[in-house]
Design a protein. Structure first.
Length: 157
């Protein structure tokens, strides 16, 4: 199974004590996900975040309805948390969110490790472009909300 990595780094113009609570509230994922995905958190709210917390979502990928379940596997407020797919379209999806105070705001780093079925064609043709679009939307939404700038976004094989 081939594992890919995507990293995105933003410098947000809001303090850590404002940024982290926004990211750690699963309800805000709907605002950070492109409308064409029809993303919806279905776990009743409020969701208590802690290692072992399970969060269920409904979404559409290329018109196909999917259910996704993620588990919070690390919870270190206000500096880091990790969510991992337990049910969904990926063979592996591990998303680490890191935060640190920076002059003028908060440095937010996303590190995603993922694997997909039929990698030899699905990654290049479908998955990689989708991830680029999803994170571009997310970046734009975060910059509108908090101000700041994209530092870098890149894939690793």
């Amino acid at each position: 199974m081939k594992t890919h990595e995507y990293r995105s780094e933003l410098l947000l113009q809001s303090p850590l004590n404002v940024v982290f609570p926004f990211f750690s509230d699963a309800a805000n994922l709907e605002a950070l996900t492109p409308p064409w995905m029809h993303f919806q958190v279905v776990t009743p709210r409020p969701i208590a975040m802690h290692p072992g917390a399970l969060i269920d979502y409904r979404l559409r990928v290329h018109g196909f309805p999917l259910r996704w379940r993620s588990e919070i596997t690390a919870w270190e407020p206000p500096f880091r948390f990790v969510d991992e797919q337990r049910r969904g379209p990926y063979r592996l999806w591990k998303h680490e969110h890191r935060f640190e105070e920076s002059e003028g705001g908060t440095r937010a780093l996303d590190i995603v490790h993922y694997s997909v079925p039929f990698d030899f064609f699905s990654h290049r043709l479908i998955v990689k472009p989708d991830i680029e679009q999803i994170f571009a939307f997310r970046t734009e939404a975060l910059l509108k909300r908090f101000g700041g700038q994209l530092q870098k976004a890149e894939f690793f094989q």
